[in-house]
Design a binder for this molecule. Structure first.
Ligand code: SF4
Length: 532
């Protein structure tokens, strides 16, 4: 094993050097993210237009979303007490929110008692400094500057891979979908299935083109069979698993009562990271707490059925400090706030902190299905992203202010959320906050929308004015314009923001009130408008 590992190291060192020289003209250790902005920019409406112009992605998303939705409906219907489980999940997480300060102290005590070192990070910068320091402290001069990673949303939220890369350490994704995204110089577009926007042929091309640059190459005769694509990734990752000294994970749940962390996954790559490396660093958002070990019973039923539509997760790993001769010999937990206490301070918005990242709300969202995850400019897409991102990052950024409007408010997300987060109500709450934040800007005084709203409210409050406005609208709009056009297309000027993205039907030639009056005059017989 020593020889084999040593050989791998020297081969890989050469490859890493090669990569540093040849990787798209930049001195990087890992594949560079895509050119152009997918995170933080542009605004959702502009990004959505960009994504809608990608028919392959739309087809891939439609196929994947319909399959996942149908499976989830089937497996959740199997449990007679599904609604009770949802209520239990909601109640447990609400209790965590009410007593978060106490539970955090309890978690720290029990993690420490179990032999895990606890670090606290107020924000992404602090978290990354701690992680980079820990990793660098563990790598000797002969070691490759690299770590292996379990898939984790919070490490994406803080741009941990980028921080490690900037400090000369390669962070290798080991989840198959995350590997596809990383090798493809891409960004994840879904929280559970990050490469959902890619099809098999695209994955094959990415593997053939990229794997050899960063380790074991994909076989030349690789086809598009899922089992062969998985085998190529397994062979590629095995090298990295075997030599890694440090692994980094997140945690789905952190049990305050016992100081236990829990990761659920489908492939087993996570368990390899959690057991093979000498040092394990777990990066955990402070909202991940559950009070007692018994509480896991609820979430380990809710999560798999809502996310992958499985009855239970194929791999559930629990770890409570290091054990001599078994698994990592050193464990660290970095507990991250990064905006979460601000979310907690908002009595309405805090309901989003119950989220267990199952992605059920994303999978039923008609807006997500059309535009995909890149349009949201955030690592959290879909309804939960539209609610959580502006809360975590504040309403200062126009991209974040645009997110609560990325929803049709159809309510499907409310129905599927396993912890009963009222996403629709939260979206409306965030919309209100976005408008209030906009009002703080000087230019808002001459903004078209509030003036139009004020004028409309005057008309709504006066029957005569409203009737006159409708009459004018049907005469000018319906009778004159209706002769030439069958719908209203994009209108120049401020109205373009509304008409530019919608097919607006032509104004009718008669208002409902006028039609009704005419019908009454004719003793309930047809009015003119009936022929339309
Ligand atoms: S908001 Fe609810 S449905 Fe959406 S990811 Fe979170 S737990 Fe799942």
């Amino acid at each position: 094993m020593t020889n084999e590992t040593g050989e791998i190291r020297s081969t890989q060192r050469t490859q890493l050097n090669l990569v540093t020289k040849n990787n798209h003209g930049t001195a990087r250790l890992t594949p560079a993210p895509p050119q152009g902005e997918l995170v933080d920019s542009p605004l959702f409406p502009d990004a959505a237009k960009r994504e809608l112009a990608n028919p392959v992605q739309r087809k891939n998303l439609h196929h994947a979303m319909s399959t996942i939705r149908a499976k989830r409906t089937r497996v959740t219907a199997e449990l007679e007490n599904w609604e009770e489980l949802r209520s239990a999940g909601e109640a447990i997480k609400n209790r965590v929110g009410r007593h978060l300060d106490d539970y955090l102290v309890q978690l720290e005590e029990n993690l420490t008692k179990a032999g895990t070192t606890v670090h606290w990070a107020r924000d992404a910068k602090e978290a990354n400094e701690i992680i980079v320091g820990l990793v660098k402290g563990k790598l000797g001069p002969e070691d490759l500057p690299e770590v292996v990673k379990v898939k984790s949303m919070v490490t994406q939220e803080i741009d941990m891979n980028e921080a490690l890369e900037a400090n000369g350490v390669a962070a290798w994704e080991t989840d198959l979908a995350e590997l596809i995204v990383q090798m493809g110089h891409d960004r994840p577009s879904h929280i559970l299935v990050p490469a959902i926007h890619r099809n098999r042929s695209e994955v094959r091309e990415i593997f053939l083109e990229e794997m050899g640059n960063y380790g074991k190459a994909a076989p030349e005769d690789l086809d598009t069979e899922p089992k062969n694509l998985a085998a190529a990734s397994r062979a590629h990752l095995r090298e990295k698993f075997m030599r890694a000294h440090v692994a980094i994970s997140g945690a789905n749940f952190a049990v305050a009562e016992t100081g236990t962390l829990c990761v659920v996954e489908s492939e087993g790559n996570g368990r390899m990271c959690l057991t093979l490396a000498d040092t394990l660093i777990s990066v955990v958002g402070i909202e991940k707490i559950v009070p007692t070990f018994a509480d896991l019973e609820v979430f380990l039923q809710l999560l798999p059925r809502s996310s992958t539509a499985e009855r239970m997760n194929p791999y559930t790993s629990l770890w409570t400090g290091p054990r001599e001769g078994d698994g990592p010999q050193e464990m660290h937990v970095v507990l991250i706030d990064n905006g979460r206490t601000d979310v907690l301070a908002d009595e309405v918005g805090r309901e989003a902190l119950r989220c267990i990242r199952c992605s059920a709300c994303i999978n039923v969202c008609p807006v997500y299905e059309k535009v995909g995850g890149h349009a949201y400019g955030s690592v959290y897409p879909g309804p939960i992203g539209a609610v959580l991102t502006p809360q975590l990052r504040s309403m200062k950024n126009p991209v974040d202010r645009s997110l609560p409007f990325a929803s049709s408010l159809c309510g499907a997300c409310n129905d599927v959320c396993p912890v009963k987060i009222p996403l629709m109500e939260l979206l409306i709450h965030e919309r209100h906050k976005a408008v209030e934040a906009k009002k703080q800007r000087k230019s808002y005084n001459v903004h078209f929308e509030p003036i139009a709203m004020k004028a409309t409210s005057v008309m709504f409050g006066n029957g005569k004015l409203w009737g006159a406005a409708l009459g004018a609208e049907t005469k000018v709009g319906g009778k004159v314009l209706g002769r030439f056009f069958d719908h209203i297309g994009p209108i120049p000027g401020p109205l373009n923001r509304w008409t530019g993205a919608r097919d607006v039907p032509m104004v009718p030639t008669q208002s409902f009130r006028a039609w009704w009056d005419e019908r009454e005059k004719n003793n309930g017989n047809k009015a003119k408008g009936d022929q339309k």
